[in-house]
Design a protein around this ligand. Sequence first.
Ligand code: SF4
Length: 571
Amino acid sequence: GDVSRFSEGKRVVDDPDIGPLIETDMTRCIHCTRCVRFGQEVAGIMELGAIGRGEDMKIATVIGQTVDSEVSGNVIDLCPVGALTSKPYRFSARAWELASHDAVSPHDCLGSNLNIQTAHDTVKRVLPRTNEQVNECWLSDRDRFSYEGVNSPDRLLQPLVRVGDRFEEVAWEVALQRAASALSDIGKAEGPSAIGALASPTATLEEFFLLQQLMRGLGSDNVDHRLRQRDFRDDSFAALFPGTELPVERIQDAACILLVGCHLRKELPLVALRVRELCRMGGQVAALNPMDYEQNFPLTEALVVAPSALPAALARIAIARVGQVEVPEELRQWAELIADSEEFARTAKMLSDVEGEVVVVLGQIAAQHREASALRAIASWLAQHTGIRLAFLPEANSAAAWIAGCVPHRRANGDGVQEPGLNVSQMLTARLSAYLLFGLEPTMDLAAAGNLVSALSDASFVLSFSTFRSAVPAQADVVFPLAPFTESAGTYVNCDGRAQSVEAAMDPRGMARPGWKILRVLGNYLALPGFDYITADDVRSRVNLSLPEVVCRLEEGCPLPGAASKSVPWS
Ligand code: SF4
């Protein structure tokens, strides 16, 4: 009959709610503790643990707490029985329905390798693609779950033009014609320098290249992607692109790292895992930050100073580390702004006592500092006199933007311009007549969001390329629906200088189109020469990704300028 001979009570375990990303089905759990050991050994953030013994053993969080770490989703891949599954994906598709596509994450300067899985014209889930030189086998949660935005009802799927005080959906031809006419008219009436373009650092190399080609075709060098940067005084000294002298895959082999203005766990969660590995192997890490951030690796020295004192504190450490060398007057002046302390001497000693590679990492807090050029100059002076390696972490795909010429003082491939255009900060205070906003969220992405709002209010024409309706500024006159990274071919250059090109994982939704196609056609409407590309490959071929500086940096960790040059750019 259908009567089971199993007469014991079945073991059933409650399914705790551990947050919005991971669903639990704990009756399936076989107590292998892989999820626990991931937190303990790899992530350094123990959020899951085993409680009880024998029959009563359960995998759980600390009473009632959720799993919140920036790499928590990796336990989904690790769990062998499906006790931990992806909450957004669970039961939304059958595994055999899914089509897999290679992709690269645009969210940080690591360029994690992704496997985007789609079904029924929808991204269903994102998994890691193993690449030992980049993300190993892990993914950060923002890389894994950001696809939910791509599927969101906030997506902009039709071109818009302003009619009175509201937007009206129109055909592409109408929107393109309106934008081209307005840009031509302003260029003729007020000169091309009355037009400026701001791009999100998450755009692709092809989009950066075409945006700057379009702007320079119009006659304006006012093009920039460094939306959160506030200090541009060392532009002319800058390397071909900001990045790391020690390739990411060798970070865990370094002997010592000094983090300056860098919350590594949030900026580059997967590089933080490598730094944790460095500590497990006996390496040392010190941090000089405006806050005592919670790190997932032990700090030998945690120096906390006021934000304004970051350059002074770094100058103290640099002078103490370099020792018997003539100190430039500018550096001495910086050091005198803060009282000397034991901590600076201990950190300097730590940098000199270790055997092996020493790396000074300037993160996003340093890059966005009011005295960012001084921080870079001090770090360069230190490297110049000690052989210490530098890492100036770029934001998202910023390395590609530099190489593609999406900066006001350089064209593609590092070629110079006669007269530099306006940088982001200058464009916002100059009150230009027309702004092109490429893929950015005006209220979130800029250091001076308030300045942007007033600049847009005073402008006579605003063209917005936007993936989301909520990111369209109220002042926009024409809006182009921009395909997100899942729906666009493109190239990403990471902090090592590693260029990774991918195809679109799926067709664009609605009337949205990849940025490189929109810019290419807008160039045609403006009758600009050289806009006859057929594919993203054609655009990419205009950028030389085999420049000696790119290849040398990637393969041998060549120095960033400033470290090697005698002319440290003091400001
Ligand atoms: S990985 Fe899965 S099966 Fe293993 S202990 Fe964790 S929840 Fe249980």
